[in-house]
Design a protein around this ligand. Structure first.
Ligand SMILES: Nc1ncnc2c1ncn2[C@@H]1O[C@H](COP(=O)(O)OP(=O)(O)OP(=O)(O)O)[C@@H](O)[C@H]1O
Length: 238
């Protein structure tokens, strides 16, 4: 079953230039899909359309088989945005509880505390988020997504700014998410991470899907994901 289906979505901020042009993609159950593309190619605009943060202008989107703007769809997907905005006036425990209420998840705080320990934030779960560093906020976002266990998690550059140890642990946890049959759409410029993790890569450029292929096929053909992107960017008539 498809956890996410995007069908012929176009979007324009000014009614003149299409930032997304007929974008289609799908994320099946139990896969990690990488979303890559140069700055300004439309990745964040696409993600905001998926989560109904921008009103869909044309095409259709479904999450877990439900229309993307419905309450059912919204309960199935979680979005980790590229910024580290979190409610400063809450502790991580309160924030995770709040998400648990929203997603109707019975939160296991001892599991969250254990993840805090493993992410080198031992003893900080009950502290106010306003005292967290940038990296700690990113890791709090990751832990909260791991605890909410949504069928679809979309991660927009959230791994930026975390240390190598946390990155290693995140990759391990993402593989576990996939093994449990849940799906991740991972938007990042960190190609080595995608080469290790992603089953498939969707490459967006100037609002168009340039390619959508298994990571191993792209590596066989181009040697690496960065070479695939450089090859495309050097193509005449781009
Ligand atoms: N609120 C907005 N109003 C007008 N134009 C916008 C707005 N947000 C984004 N854009 C434009 O839409 C295009 C796509 O931006 P978007 O942020 O979706 O790209 P991106 O692929 O996520 O880029 P990056 O890798 O830099 O995060 C860019 O030209 C950007 O300037």
């Amino acid at each position: 079953m498809s956890q996410l289906t995007v069908n012929k979505v176009s979007y324009s901020y000014d009614g003149i230039v299409n930032v997304l042009a007929d974008v289609s993609l799908s994320v099946e159950e139990g896969v990690i899909v990488g979303l890559v593309g140069p700055n300004g190619s439309g990745k964040s605009t696409l993600i905001k359309n998926i989560f109904d943060l921008l009103r869909l202008q044309s095409g259709s989107i479904s999450i877990g088989g439900h229309k993307h703007a419905s309450a059912e769809a919204k309960s199935m997907g979680m979005y980790l945005s590229s910024n580290d905005y979190l409610p400063e006036f809450l502790t991580a425990r309160e924030y995770v509880s709040l998400l648990g209420d929203l997603f109707q998840v019975d939160v296991d705080h001892s599991e969250a505390q254990e993840l805090f320990r493993r992410f080198s934030m031992d003893g900080r779960y009950g502290h106010l988020i306003e005292d967290y560093s940038h990296g700690m906020r990113k890791k709090t976002q990751l832990v909260s997504a791991l605890i909410m266990r949504r069928p679809l998690t979309i991660i927009d550059e959230t791994l930026n700014g975390i240390d190598l140890e946390a990155l290693h642990l995140s990759e391990k946890e993402f593989r576990r998410v996939r093994d449990e049959g849940r799906s991740i759409l991972l938007c990042t410029h960190d190609f080595p991470v995608l080469e290790r993790l992603a089953d498939r890569i969707v490459f967006l450029d100037l609002g168009h899907v340039v390619s959508d292929a298994p990571t191993s096929d792209l590596i066989d053909e181009y040697g690496s994901l960065s070479d695939m992107v450089f090859h495309h960017l050097g193509t005449d008539g781009r």
